[in-house]
Design a protein around this ligand. Structure first.
Ligand SMILES: CC(C)(COP(=O)(O)OP(=O)(O)OC[C@H]1O[C@@H](n2cnc3c(N)ncnc32)[C@H](O)[C@@H]1OP(=O)(O)O)[C@@H](O)C(=O)NCCC(=O)NCCS
Length: 163
C-alpha cells in the first residue's frame, strides 16, 4: 500500500506517464497546474482511494496503481463501482507483467470491499494502454471528445469490466 512519503517516487513515474502522453500526441496532462501541488500526493491520503506500489528490495518504486471508489456511482443499479485513476510502470520495466500484477492485486482488494465493476478511461492514441486493458478483459462503453480549457483536444475511451 502506498504511503504519503512515496509521493516523490510516484511523481517520477507520473512524469514518465506525462512524457508518454506528449510523445503519443495526446497532450500534457497538466495535473500539476490543475492541483497546484504534486500530482497524486492528495490521492495517497484520500480515504476513497487505494494506491498500491511495486517496490524493489532496495526501496525503489517501479510501478503504482490508484483506484478510487467514487461517492457518486452512476452504475449503482448494477453494482458497486471503482475507477482506475492511473497505473504507471517504469518505462524500463514494461512488458514484464508488472502492470498486470498491480491491477490484479488492486482488484482483489476491491472484491474484498464489495466492488463489482471497474471503470477507467484511456486517451485514444495511448495504444499500449488500450491493448493492456483489452487484454485484461475491459470492454469499450463510450467515447467522449472535448476541448480542454488550455485548448488541447482530448478524445477519451471509457472501458468497463465486471470483476
Ligand atoms: C499500460 C502499462 C501500465 C502496462 O504495464 P506493463 O507492466 O508494461 O503491462 P504488462 O506487461 O502487464 O502487459 C500485459 C499485456 O498488455 C499488452 N501490452 C502491454 N503493453 C503493451 C504495448 N506496449 N504494446 C502492445 N501490447 C501491450 C500485452 O498484451 C501484454 O501481454 P504480453 O506482454 O504477454 O503480450 C504501461 O505501458 C504504462 O505504464 N504506460 C504508461 C502509463 C499509462 O498509459 N497508463 C494507463 C493510463 S489509462
Amino acid at each position: 500500500m502506498a504511503k504519503p512519503e512515496d509521493s516523490d517516487s510516484i511523481l517520477q513515474l507520473y512524469l514518465q506517464f506525462n512524457e508518454d502522453r506528449v510523445k503519443s500526441g495526446v497532450g500534457d496532462a497538466h495535473y500539476k497546474t490543475l492541483d497546484g501541488e504534486l500530482p497524486w500526493k492528495r490521492t495517497l491520503s484520500d480515504g476513497d482511494c487505494l494506491s498500491l506500489i511495486a517496490k524493489e528490495k532496495g526501496g525503489r518504486i517501479f510501478g503504482f496503481i490508484t483506484l478510487r471508489v467514487p461517492q457518486f456511482n452512476p452504475f449503482n443499479k448494477v453494482g458497486k463501482l471503482a475507477e482506475v485513476d492511473l497505473i504507471v510502470v517504469d518505462q524500463r520495466l514494461r512488458r514484464k507483467h508488472i502492470g498486470t500484477v498491480l491491477y490484479e492485486a488492486a482488484v482483489s482488494r476491491m472484491k474484498d470491499i464489495g466492488v463489482t465493476h471497474i471503470l477507467l478511461n484511456v486517451k485514444i492514441g495511448n495504444v499500449p494502454a488500450m491493448v493492456f486493458w483489452t487484454k485484461l478483459g475491459f470492454k469499450k462503453v463510450s467515447k467522449t471528445d472535448y476541448k480542454r480549457a488550455d485548448g488541447v483536444e482530448e478524445q477519451t475511451m471509457y472501458m468497463l469490466k465486471k470483476i
